[in-house]
Design a protein around this ligand. Structure first.
Ligand code: PEP
Length: 253
């Protein structure tokens, strides 16, 4: 059965003290208030990972993620962070292919396919992002565009490796804009993505794949979006920086 997941992507926000305070609040509220079987994932900036891990490692349902990683295993790559470094500080998931990485840092499908392999080889799980621009949506090519992103980044994997992947559909026009995809638009794309996975890997694996929605998700709209039968949770940017909002989104299940 697929997991219900709410992942908070802190992006380049929070210093160590702020990040630890936010994590403590989330852990406490989660313990006191969340009674579903949903998982929370915190994707903190690299320097905070070890400290955040110290606060979540004894919980059952809160996991640690990195926001990217190097495609190289080790060596002379100044400034890069390897998957073995991440796993050594308790990271369980790595976000790959966020539109900000694809756009600002020119991460191509080929690089993302390599990063996916590297993450899986290190025993962690990729949260693989896909999503179209407004221009692509208006052209009517959005379903094909987003399915092609999955094909290019993930479909070289064998079935066993693919079954460890979490997908996040994040329409670029909804990220950080306050403009959310409607629940119907999210469900419609998620259904297409699940069918695309089923065509390649079969219905059982497709049914077990968690597909998250991301893009201006907040406490006020999460329940409606998560009600979609193919929507298994959210990847949350801005609203994950406030413990109350993040935990209320988790409680939307
Ligand atoms: C994101 O960047 O992954 C995201 C979903 O951001 P926001 O929730 O702020 O739109």
């Amino acid at each position: 059965m697929r997991s219900k997941i709410v992942a908070g992507n802190w992006k380049m926000n929070k210093n160590l003290d702020e990040g630890l305070a936010l994590t403590s609040e989330i852990v406490n509220m989660f313990k006191d208030e969340v009674n579903s079987d949903a998982l929370a994932i915190i994707a903190a900036p690299f320097p905070l990972l070890s400290g955040v891990n110290g606060l979540i490692k004894d919980t059952d349902n809160v996991f640690l993620a990195a926001q990217t990683c190097s495609e190289y295993a080790s060596g002379a790559y100044t400034g890069e962070v390897s998957t073995s470094m991440l796993s050594s500080v308790g990271v369980a998931y790595v976000i790959l292919g966020h539109s900000e990485r694809r756009g600002y840092f020119h991460e191509s499908d080929e690089i993302l396919a390599k990063k996916t392999d590297t993450v899986l080889q290190a025993g962690m799980k990729p949260i693989f992002c896909c999503g179209e621009s407004l221009e692509t949506r208006e052209s009517g090519d959005h379903f094909k565009f987003v399915c092609d992103q999955l094909t290019a980044g993930l479909f070289h994997l064998d079935a066993d490796a693919f079954s460890k992947v979490v997908i996040a559909y994040e329409p670029i026009w909804a990220i950080g804009t306050g403009k959310t995809a409607s629940a119907e638009q999210a469900q419609e794309m998620h259904e297409k993505l699940r069918a695309h996975v089923a065509e390649k890997y079969g219905k059982d694996i497709a049914d077990d794949t968690s597909i998250l929605y991301g893009g201006s998700c907040k406490p006020g709209n999460a329940a409606e979006i998560f009600a979609g039968k193919d929507v298994d949770g959210g990847l949350i940017g801005g609203a994950s920086l406030k413990s109350r909002d993040f935990v209320d989104i988790i409680k939307a299940f």
